[in-house]
Design a protein around this ligand. Structure first.
Ligand code: 9WO
Length: 246
């Protein structure tokens, strides 16, 4: 997959994607990341990329032309058609289902705003989709783009090892993760649940499923409400609810 990022801070975005699973995905050729700086496409002597807003008020708005030139350069760098996404609090909220959908595309261009935002005419004519990673305001779109790159990058075939891929399956069913434990078995902070030391893999799988269901019920009832549980899951959740009552 090819990702192009339009940003005034290309080094920051590249650094965010240089480490861990995403860094390795790039080394393996599963993910190609390219950054384009609108400032490099500013035509005036001061390399201006922003101007004061019409109508007055505080702050600055990103100019259409440097953005358009950077976007055109990004588009022209590869023959494959690209979807252009603007990261902003006004966008549709990102979730894992959307991440899975985007990860299947061959090419995406991410547009990062700064200041008070981008001239609305540019958004209307050049942007296909506006995405928000959550209901809060950042100082620019770069961190949101890094979130999207990370979430999409790790889903590319071969990016995760087998263990991580299996783990992925257990999250993409819409439930929160189960708790994890490692050595020591006995610690001042508590003991490891006995079932995990039993060696009974079927029993362990059932316990983990029950924990995932129970924690989703307790912490994210909104996620649970979206699911249709089968009889076995219903039974496990009921057990968890009865366990937590006493
Ligand atoms: C600035 C501002 C100042 C006063 C009152 C409201 C305000 N909103 C903004 C604003 O939205 N600034 C943006 C900064 C302009 C576009 C890029 N910026 C941004 C993107 N901040 N937060 C995001 C973002 C992107 C995706 N998901 C969550 C937040």
């Amino acid at each position: 997959m090819r990702l192009d990022v339009i940003t005034l801070f290309p080094d920051f975005v590249a650094q965010c994607a240089a480490i861990g699973v995403i860094g390795r995905a790039q080394e393996r050729g599963l993910l190609a990341l390219h950054a384009w700086n609108p400032r490099d496409y500013a035509t005036d002597a001061y390399r201006r990329v922003d101007e004061r807003p019409f109508g007055g008020g505080p702050g600055m708005v990103m100019l259409i032309e440097p953005l358009r030139a950077a976007l055109n350069a990004a588009r022209a760098a590869d023959a494959k058609p690209a979807r252009t996404i603007y990261l902003s609090p006004q966008g549709v909220r990102l979730d894992q289902a959307k991440v899975v959908q985007l990860a299947q595309r061959e090419r995406i261009i991410l547009l990062c705003g700064r200041y008070e935002g981008v001239d609305e005419r540019f958004l209307q004519h050049e942007v296909d989709e506006e995405i928000s990673i959550g209901d809060y305001v950042l100082s620019g779109g770069e961190l949101a783009a890094a979130v999207l790159i990370d979430a999409i990058g790790r889903l590319q075939d071969g990016a995760l090892n087998d263990a991580q891929s299996a783990q992925q399956d257990s999250f993409s069913d819409g439930l929160l993760d189960c708790p994890h434990y490692t050595r020591p078995e006995q610690h001042a902070l508590g003991a490891v649940p006995k079932v995990l030391m039993s060696g009974d893999h079927a029993k362990i799988a059932k316990w983990r499923r029950k924990q995932a269901l129970g924690r989703t019920w307790q912490r994210r009832p909104d996620l649970l409400a979206k699911l249709k549980l089968n009889r076995e899951d219903e039974k496990l959740l009921l057990e968890y609810q009865q366990d937590t009552k006493c």
